[in-house]
Design a binder for this molecule. Sequence first.
Ligand code: SAM
Length: 688
Amino acid sequence: MSALGRSTGDEDIHAHDRALMVNRHLEARGIVDAHVLAAMAQVPREAFISEPLSEFAYEDSPLPIAAGQTISQPYIVARMIELAEIRPGDIVLEVGAGSGYAAAVMSRIASSVYAIERHEELANLAREREARLGYHNLEIICGDGTKGWPDEAPFDAIVVSAGGPKVPEALKQQLAIGGRLVIPVGRDLQQTLVRVRRTGEATFEQEDHGGVTFVPLIGEEGWGVPEQAKAETNVDAETSGFANGLQIPSTRADGLRTSLSHVMASAAEPFGDLTELTALTERFAHHRVVLLGEATHGTAEFYDARARITEMLVARHGFNVVAVEADWPDASVYDSFVRDLPGPEVPAGAFTRFPAWMWRNGQVNDFLRRLKAINETISDPDRRAGFYGLDVYSLATSISAVLGYLDDVDPQTARVARERYGCLAPFRSDPARYGRMALSRGYAVCEKPVTDTLVDMLKQRLGYLARDGNAFFNAEQNARIVVAAEQYYRMMYYGSARSWNLRDQHMFDTLERVLEHRGPDSKAVVWAHNSHIGDAEFTEMGQVRGELNIGQLARARFGDDCTLIGFGTDCGTVAAASNWDEPMEIKRVRPARNDSYEGRARDAGIDAFLLEVGPEQKDSVREALAEPMLERAIGVIYRPETELLSHYFQAELSKQFDAWIWFTQTEAVSAEPQAHPHGPDDTYPFGL
Ligand code: SAM
């Protein structure tokens, strides 16, 4: 599942996140000044933003604050302060106090900090925060900072946190001899970070320090005050092109909007019902792997469409693998049902943990029954479609499954494995705690024992296979999950990209292993969120965060023999939680933003359509849909109140997918809110 939006924590969790931010976003990216690192580790960034955004406080991204302005990303704040060479005893000026965060950080190093903010609302809020935090060596006033603060000059350092057309002369004159002025300078959205050093009464040295993007410096020696300034300051961060640190120039977005809807309308192939959609998608049946996404983890139309397409592929085109974004041991319970295999002993009931609704819902229930009926018409058991889980989250059940298998086939190895897995026993119910412990101890205590267990099993492979190939395959996969999960929970604390990549690599490797297991003619349908299926190289995930995914790995491995199909919707309802481990709710989906692919699709005016965007489509259509735009991703958590930050990212649709399936209006999956929240119900979902 996609954990889009992590849960908010308490004081302690923020302290931990802050330390990780310093380590991961600052030190790892080359910030070395010990004063800066210590100050950044001390100032609570969450105190400078609104409460709903506090879970993003230690991500390395700018965030919206009042008056349509932004608090800069932590790395940039640290970099500017490092360049300004602020030392204990210094007198410092900041222009563009905004939330007051950067000024607060500087106040933990310098002896006095003076900060100027042109928006009165922001200056007042920042002043209140500093008072609350007890930062008394810091003074904030409202005014035009391009003129400096002559009464308190000269300054040892001046930091300008907004981008101007040039270095303001007044600020240069208010530098002490030897003083440093750091400012973004440039004519458009992209500026250069400049450091000016005053070397004498009338002499200055200037150096460039790379490209940055800041909001405009508006004032006498900045961009003109009157009309332009009014327009700039009235921008509402939720409705502007501000997204996850990327800015989309609004004029370009406007132009794109009108034409993209026409392009979509002209290239779309409408369908009235799922039978028509199934007929339209039969053209993809010649691929060995068909990957089907979803734009949320709780929309009935996405499940039903994927089900119908899958049934067509199994019944008519020899697909014998249905591999889904779910835990392996739980999925094997469903597999036993659809293929009429002897039931696995663990777990007692499938998919009882959060987010249970993903695989315990009416749509999945109906699909499994139909898949079982199709399988019953296929006489060769090797051709029947199996149901497999690709995910990595089943540490405890996978351990039980391995031990259960070894107890049966090799009690001696089982005894050794039991002892080795004992290393993880204290963390079975909360594996994330193992990750924290490994981080604080600085080494991976359980890595060797779990790897040794897998290696031992592989060494005995031939003997085990001779007894029962399927049972060994299942046990081997569970042992691999334990190895991957041990790594996964440690990586979680080294940054989201590393754990994301480990998980998607594991899911892809599992898919490959299942294909191999099911024979040379095997063909697979994959069900996972768009964020796993759409090629990450063409989204913000890959381009900004360095994340890869199943779709990208599938293209690299299978080339033209795979196809990536995404899904989208405008509005309706969705099953999702507000926070991790909280009950499922039926939530209303906000109508899509105008500047998103979904907004453009809505304005195409067709209720449901298939849009080919792959190589079979006209170049002009593919080019138009390769323009970067926002795309929405709703995971098991949906936060409409911070939708832009929590759920939109940039993508290039025609490169990300080969086809896109659209439903303007969608409804939540049919799952009882809070049904089966804890204890298992053995008969679910079959009711037998
Ligand atoms: N350093 C801030 C923080 O930590 O929250 C973020 C600064 S934000 C990127 C830039 C700020 O500069 C905005 O709040 C904007 O209103 C302010 N600004 C722009 N021109 C200004 C000027 N001439 N004088 C003072 N403030 C200005």
